[in-house]
Every structure is written in C-alpha cells, then in structure tokens.
Design a protein around this ligand. Structure first.
Ligand code: SAH
Ligand code: SF4
Ligand code: F3S
Length: 484
C-alpha cells in the first residue's frame, strides 16, 4: 500500500479502534459531540450541504458523505448557506475544475458572514498536487481537504477539522483498501447506485481518471450481493452497478468472478426489478455478457458503450485497444442478441492529431450505429496524461465546427430513434413529480428515456405501464394503462 498522510490526529487517537469501519463509528460519536455543542450554542439544528460534480461514482460517494453527515447530527440541505459545506469534485475536463474555483469565491463570502462555517473539499480534483498547492496558498478559508482513496475516513477527518485551526489535508496516492459497512444516505428511496469496483487500469491516453482514482479494485461478490439484498429489503427496485470498466470486474479477486457471473447472481435477488450498469469498455465486453443480457428479465434494455472516436488511427493513439471495425461488429452482435436495446455513447472531438478524415470516420460510426443518445465532449488537455504532450493539438475553432456538426447529427438520429417508439406501451419506473408541472410525474423506460405522465406522489417508486402518446425529441408524454 502506498499511503502518505500529511496530518496526524491530535487527540482521541489512543483510544480509537484500529480496525475499520469500527474506527470511523468511534469518530462519528466524537463528531456528534461537536455538532451538538455548536447546535446548542446557536440554538438551532446545524445544516450540511454536499455539492457533487462529475460522474455517478462521485454521486454515490456523496451519498456516503451524506450518510456520515446525518449520523453525526447535521440536517441535509441543498443550500450552501449551511454550517458544513463539502464539494465532491471532478477533474475529468478543465471546465469541471473551473466550476469549483468559481463557487469557492461564493463560499468565501458566506464564511466571512458565518465564521463558524466549515468548508471541505474532496474528490478527484484533490488528487492533483498542483490543485492542493493552489488551495493551500490562495484559498486559506478551506478547513478540510481529502482525496478519493480515504473518503471512508471522512468522520475521522471531520473531527480533526473541528479540533485544529489549520487546514487539515490528507491525500493518499493510492490504496488497496475497500472499507465496507459505513452509513449511506440515498438520494432516492427506490433506486440506488452500487459500486462494484473502484479505480481504472486502462490509461486511455487522454484520461486523468486512472491517476486520480488509482488502480482497479473489485469488491467481493458477497459484499455486493449483501448490499443489494439489504437495498431490496429497504424498498429499492432499481440498481445501477458502477465501475469505470465493469466488463473487467472480478479479474483481480482472489477467486476470480466474471461480470456476467456477478449479474446472474444479482438477478436472483427478490425485489430488484431493474438492473443497470455503467460503464462498459468495448474491448472487454464478452460474449458471455451478451448472452446474459439476452436472457435476463431484469437487465435494462440500455447499453452505454463509449466510442470516443470512429477512427482506428485515433483510437490507437487514445490507447482504446479496439478498431472501428471491431466496435461496429460488437454493436452488430449485441443488436442481434438484444434487438430492442438502446445504445448510447461518449465521443471526444479534437483529440490531438485528429484530421478531417478521422472526424468523418466518427461521423460514419455515428450514422451506422444510430445511437439513441450520445454525450459529446471537446477534448480537454489534462496535465500528466500522455495526450497532453502529443503534437498537433487541434485548433479550437476547428474543433468547435466539428463539435457542432457532430452534435447536430447525433441529435437528428436520436430524435428519429425516439419517434419510432411512439404509440408503444412499456413500463416506466416513476421517479419524481415533474418539476415544471405538478400534475405530472416523471419516470424512465427500460431504455432510460424520460416519460412524463399524469399522476401524483403515490406513484413514485412504482413501475407503471404507459402508452407513449407523444415524442418530444428526447423525451415523451404518455398515459398510464391499467393503473388504479
Ligand atoms: N470509464 C468510462 C469513462 C469515464 S470519463 C469509460 O471508459 O467510458 C467519461 C467520459 O469523459 C469519457 O468516456 C470520455 O468521453 C470523456 N473524457 C475523458 N477524458 C476526457 C478529456 N481529457 N477530454 C474530453 N473528454 C474526456
Ligand atoms: Fe478513463 Fe479509459 Fe479508464 Fe474510462 S477506461 S476511466 S476513459 S482511462
Ligand atoms: Fe470526474 Fe472523477 Fe468521475 S474525474 S468523471 S468524478 S471518476
């Protein structure tokens, strides 16, 4: 294990258990005392706010942070005018970082008005030494900084932040540890993300994730099954299995298990109606998985299969380890086995050295596959990645023109795909009251498309058959069928 902790705990350390998660429960009790004392002093309950940037993995981490914040006595709020504010950051693209710096200015103003306020930063951005340096010198009002590998220590670090005046900083370079059984506060009562693995070993040449999330580690199947069983007992009907490359799940376990085998076990859990997963790397998507998907009653008819580029030449420079032809034949195989599947993707425009011909190859794949939707990104240079020092960085104006062309193509195809389902009757899982019109509720089809139907709060968390009456491009209006 490579762990370098800059800060030693000042008090309580001698009596703290040395095993996890017991140690964190011990610190939660300590934190509770500080929160209670502050609450008495102020004559009101204390509030905490977690802001999440980035991917589903970070969203799940934030639920763990919220679990601890609630356990120690904070009331959770969406407003940053709170007693404890924590930003769970992302650094996958430059603009993710900029957003955080922008909002820190606002927090500084708030803290000047409320000096007892605690401000914490964690997540992927904190794994970059330059970022921490900048925060240390120019953002002195921050109380606590930690990274992705020691997020399970949040309670312990919070206690340090209560006990010491200086900024508490604890960043680990990597870890082989997975700590189970800490509290979690779910955002939704009826659906939940479930981590099946952490980290990434792929080192796509543009991507910073392997540097900030560390090496790939899979959770034990029994821990995953145990967690999902408890979620089902607690009313969860839909789960999203999370990992940077779920198709390589289980390869590094003492007793190796494949992702397809894991899915087969999860499928048996009573109460779970829908299973989703993300993300699948095309190079590791096995025939075994396709077969499980074809035979499953619970796996959603949706596969997110990041393409990144349609040019084999660029794919090689990206270190993706598949060609355009391999990707297309994989899609063909999946469509043959699961004809109704919705395919979505991620595409990067303007990778170093991308020529007009390379870009046309991407457009060609987009037309051939006909994605149900696609996330399109402008290439962002990430310091420390191999692509950052590649020659022929593409000029911004060229990238912008290509990006707009791609977006237009993607949207036109997606709209046609969506239109084709109009008139069909399918189940949706109702998720929430519609934000614009409270006489409607909003849910998702198995293929992940959004549908609005007339309804009320009693439908939330239920699977309801709906007829798709009208398609609005990337969402639908529908009406419930046989719903009492
Ligand atoms: N593990 C997932 C992706 C995680 S990052 C996978 O392999 O698919 C999510 C998406 O961000 C990636 O699919 C990629 O399209 C995009 N991305 C990652 N690094 C980027 C960069 N430097 N510039 C632009 N987009 C990037
Ligand atoms: Fe990044 Fe590639 Fe790993 Fe995805 S698979 S997280 S794109 S390095
Ligand atoms: Fe961002 Fe970290 Fe996810 S860099 S995309 S939050 S793994």
């Amino acid at each position: 294990m490579m762990e370098s902790s800059y800060i030693e705990q000042q008090t309580d350390i001698d009596n703290a258990p040395t095993t996890e998660p017991e140690r964190q429960y011990y610190f939660m009790e300590k934190a509770k005392a500080y929160v209670q004392a502050d609450s008495q002093r102020l004559g009101r309950p204390l509030k905490a706010c977690t802001k999440t940037f980035g991917c589903q993995m970070n969203a799940r981490d934030s639920e763990k942070l919220n679990g601890i914040l609630e356990t120690v006595g904070y009331e959770l709020t969406d407003s940053e005018e709170a007693d404890f504010v924590i930003y769970n950051t992302c650094t996958v693209r430059e603009n993710a970082n900029n957003k955080v710096y922008g909002r820190l200015g606002v927090l500084n103003t708030l803290k000047k008005q409320h000096p007892h306020m605690k401000i914490a930063l964690c997540g992927c951005m904190m794994q970059e030494p330059e970022v921490v340096e900048k925060l240390k010198t120019s953002y002195r009002f921050i109380d606590l900084i930690f990274g992705t590998h020691n997020i399970y220590k949040f309670a312990e670090l919070m206690v340090s932040a209560f006990e010491q005046q200086d900024m508490v900083i604890d960043i680990w370079k990597d870890t082989d540890k997975i700590v189970e059984d800490l509290p979690v506060e779910r955002k939704y009562s009826f659906k939940s993300g479930v981590n099946i693995m952490f980290g990434c070993n792929n080192f796509c040449s543009y991507c910073i994730v392997p540097y900030v999330r560390g090496r790939e580690r899979s959770r034990e199947p029994k821990d995953i099954i145990g967690e999902i069983t408890r979620l089902a007992d607690d009313g969860v009907v839909e789960i999203m299995l999370l990992g940077q490359n779920v198709n390589s799940y289980g390869k590094n376990l003492k007793d190796p298990v494949t992702f397809a085998q894991l899915l087969t076990e999860i499928e048996k859990i009573d109460g779970i109606e829908r299973i989703r997963f993300m993300t699948s790397h095309p190079k590791d998507l096995s025939d075994e998985l396709i077969e499980v998907m074809a035979n499953s009653k619970k796996l959603c008819r949706h596969l997110h299969l990041p393409l990144q580029s349609g040019s084999s030449r660029i794919l090689e420079k990206m270190n993706r380890r598949y060609t355009k032809e391999q990707y297309l034949s994989l899609v063909e195989k999946i469509r043959a086995a699961v004809p109704e599947i919705a395919l979505t993707t991620d595409i990067i425009v303007g990778f170093p050295g991308e020529t007009e011909e390379d870009f046309e190859e991407t457009m060609d794949v987009v037309r051939k596959v006909g994605y149900d939707s696609a996330f399109t990104f402008i290439y962002s240079k990430r310091t420390g990645t191999p692509a950052a020092v590649m020659e022929d960085q593409v000029p911004q104006d060229v990238v912008k023109v290509r990006f707009d062309r791609l977006l237009k193509e993607v949207q036109e195809i997606a709209a046609k795909k969506a239109e084709a389902l109009t008139g069909q009757t399918q189940p949706i899982l109702v998720e929430e009251i519609n934000r614009q019109d409270s006489s409607l509720v909003t849910g998702r089809l198995s293929n992940n498309s959004v549908v609005h139907i007339p309804g009320d709060a009693s439908m939330i968390g239920k699977l309801v058959d709906v007829t798709l009456t009208e398609c609005k491009g990337f969402y639908y209006y529908g009406k419930p069928v046989n719903y009492e």
